[in-house]
Structure formats: structure tokens, C-alpha cells
Design a protein around this ligand. Structure first.
Ligand SMILES: Cc1cc2nc3c(=O)[nH]c(=O)nc-3n(C[C@H](O)[C@H](O)[C@H](O)COP(=O)(O)OP(=O)(O)OC[C@H]3O[C@@H](n4cnc5c(N)ncnc54)[C@H](O)[C@@H]3O)c2cc1C
Ligand code: FES
Length: 306
């Protein structure tokens, strides 16, 4: 578990605007959380307005009851402000989109395990699918801010269903980071999967990737895992999942992980059934489950069974 203090903060909404179809950016004033946040951290927030003086009806104030997790996409430590990018998928995000400037949002954070930093001499590729771009905005921004590596040592491959959902792309360009785009409908960039771009990039310029990061839909991350394994590249994935408590208590967010050194495509516990006569392999026969909110959301790329 992280040693960074977890703060609960009544953050003021400074802006909450639509930046694409059903896609929003929210800026929250929360100096303590902003100060400690690192790339890969997430916050757990109450989407609804629970304040005493809320003009909203009582039932709406406490709906949904549980907090919702979002990756920190950007932070401005001098102003004490961090930004989140979110897509409306259900009740919580729909209500969050109605929160107005000046209102307060109850935020818990920063939470979770962070990314391995980018460092000079180890060029990286970040593969982002949809709102999975959020933690990479933060990673690229902090890398440039701290001078850990040159922007040219980072490549972002960013895919989404359609061009309007690729918001955030301009922030990478402003940092001087190379961004390649892919859309399912061909409205911009490569017409197809973002992982096609990864295949292509590794084939044409293998030296541009000594370390791989991925965040997005599970099939995308699974394909990144396969590509990285075949190419012998280390990396990390950031998982999204259902998170009722966010602090390691409820066990609702567990994922299966391979024991160190085990084959990632063999589910824990699968080995004895698959090969009854073979000598038992302790690494595979001992299931290991990790809580995404606590041991993750960032995991070693080959560690998670997806
Ligand atoms: C560590 C972490 C970081 C995240 N970062 C972001 C982010 O930066 N931006 C962003 O838009 N979203 C992010 N998410 C996902 C976000 O938390 C969910 O989209 C949100 O909780 C949905 O709340 P809701 O009430 O609107 O939807 P709900 O009503 O709870 O769910 C609507 C539908 O979406 C499905 N769903 C809900 N949560 C998830 C999920 N996490 N993954 C897949 N399906 C889900 C439900 O099964 C249901 O079908 C993150 C999740 C995690 C765990
Ligand atoms: S969300 Fe409760 S243990 Fe992870």
C-alpha cells in the first residue's frame, strides 16, 4: 500500500465542461490531494451533491451512494488544482456532469499504486484507449515538468471510437510528445485498433520502445500484453474496475494475478487440471488475487490475468 497520506477533501469545482460527446473535464481545487498526487494515482469521489444547503431533492443528493474512481489526469500544484477526464456511462457520471462551478465534491485521494517513472535513455510507448488516456496525460506532464526524460522519448498511441472522443491529444502535443491516433470509425488517424499502431511502431522503430504502458478497455490491454510478451518488452497496465470502497476493505475489486515468473496466460489454479501427470508447479497452483484499489490500479504488464 502507498505511504502517501490519503486525504478526504471537500473540493471546489472550478470548471466542469463537455469536451466531446458525453466526455467531460472537471477541475477540482484540493491542495492537499494535488500536492501528493503522482502519475497513476486515482481519486474516489462522491458524484452527487450531499451538501446541507443543496437545492437538489433529498433522494438525488445520495444517489449513487458509493464513490466512483477516476484517474488524475493533470495537476497544477501551485494552484492546488487537479483535473479529471470522464465519460458518462451511468448514473454517477451523469450526475457528476451536472455539478456546477462553485459547488463542492467530496474527494478521497490520492489512492493506489503509481506508474514506474519514465527516465532518460529508456524510450516509452503509452497505449491509451478512450478515457484510459487520463493517467498518461499526468505521466507525460510530470515527466516533462521534472525533466526526467525528453518529450521525444515518449510516444502516445491514442485510440477511441470516434474523433470527438480523442480529447486530450492536444495536451500531449503541447508538451512536445509524439501522438498517433486511431479511431474505430476512421474519422481521424488510423482506421482500426490502436494496437495495430503498436504492432506497426514496434516493427518499424523497435528502438522507440524500451518500456510499454497501457490503459483502456480489457481487450486492448490484453493485446498489449501479448505484443509486449512477444517483443520481450517490460511494462505496466492500469486497470479500471468496479470499486465500492477504494481503500482495500470490501474485496470487490480483486483480479487474478500470476505468481512471479509464471506464464501470464495460465489462470491461477489451472495447471493441475490442465496437466494432471505433470509435476505440480507451485507458482501456478497457488492462486494469487490482488485488490486493484490497493495493489493497483497499476500492475506489472505480465502479472495480471486478463
Ligand atoms: C482506478 C480507476 C480509474 C478510473 N479512471 C477513469 C477516468 O479517468 N475516466 C473515466 O471516465 N472513468 C474512469 N474509471 C471508470 C469510472 O470509475 C466508471 O466509469 C464510473 O465509476 C461509472 O460510474 P457510473 O455511476 O456513471 O456508472 P454505473 O452506473 O456504476 O455503471 C454504468 C455501466 O458501466 C459499467 N461500469 C461501471 N464502472 C466501470 C468500470 N470501472 N469499468 C468498466 N465498466 C464499468 C457498469 O457495469 C455499468 O454497465 C476508472 C475506474 C477505475 C477503477
Ligand atoms: S474497492 Fe473495496 S477492496 Fe478494492
Amino acid at each position: 500500500m502507498s505511504t502517501i497520506p490519503i486525504c478526504q477533501y471537500d473540493a471546489e469545482v472550478l470548471a466542469n465542461r463537455e469536451i466531446g460527446p458525453g466526455l467531460y473535464w472537471i477541475d477540482l481545487l484540493a491542495p492537499e490531494i494535488t500536492r501528493h498526487a503522482l502519475p497513476g494515482h486515482f481519486v474516489h469521489l462522491i458524484a452527487s451533491d450531499v451538501s446541507e444547503d443543496s437545492s437538489r431533492q433529498t433522494w438525488l443528493r445520495h444517489t449513487p451512494l458509493l464513490r466512483r474512481p477516476f484517474s488524475i489526469a493533470e495537476r497544477d500544484p501551485e494552484r492546488g488544482v487537479f483535473g479529471l477526464i470522464y465519460r458518462i456511462v451511468g448514473g454517477g457520471t451523469e450526475i457528476l456532469a451536472t455539478r456546477r462551478r462553485g459547488e463542492r465534491v467530496d474527494v478521497l485521494g490520492p489512492l493506489g499504486r503509481t506508474f514506474e517513472p519514465v527516465h532518460a535513455g529508456r524510450p516509452v510507448i503509452m497505449v491509451a484507449g478512450g478515457v484510459g488516456v487520463a493517467p498518461f496525460l499526468s505521466l507525460a506532464q510530470e515527466t516533462v515538468r521534472n525533466g526526467r526524460a525528453r518529450p521525444a522519448e515518449m510516444t502516445v498511441l491514442f485510440g477511441a471510437a470516434t474523433a470527438g472522443l480523442l480529447s486530450g491529444e492536444e495536451k500531449f502535443r503541447a508538451l512536445g510528445v509524439d501522438v498517433r491516433l486511431a479511431t474505430d470509425d476512421g474519422t481521424t488517424g488510423h482506421h482500426g485498433l490502436v494496437t495495430d499502431l503498436l504492432d506497426r511502431e514496434l516493427a518499424s522503430s523497435p528502438r522507440r520502445c524500451a518500456y510499454l504502458y497501457a490503459c483502456g478497455p480489457t481487450p486492448m490491454m490484453r493485446r498489449c500484453q501479448e505484443i509486449a510478451r512477444e517483443a520481450g518488452i517490460d511494462g505496466q497496465v492500469s486497470l479500471e474496475g468496479i470499486m465500492p470502497c477504494g481503500v482495500g476493505v470490501c474485496m470487490a475489486c480483486v483480479v487474478a494475478c500470476t505468481a512471479p515468473g509464471a506464464a501470464p496466460d495460465a489462470a491461477p489454479g489451472a495447471a493441475p487440471d490442465a496437466a494432471p501427470d505433470a509435476a505440480p508447479d507451485a507458482r501456478l497452483s497457488t492462486p494469487r488475487y490482488e485488490r486493484v484499489c490497493d495493489a493497483g490500479p497499476v500492475f506489472d504488464m505480465q502479472e495480471v490475468v486478463m
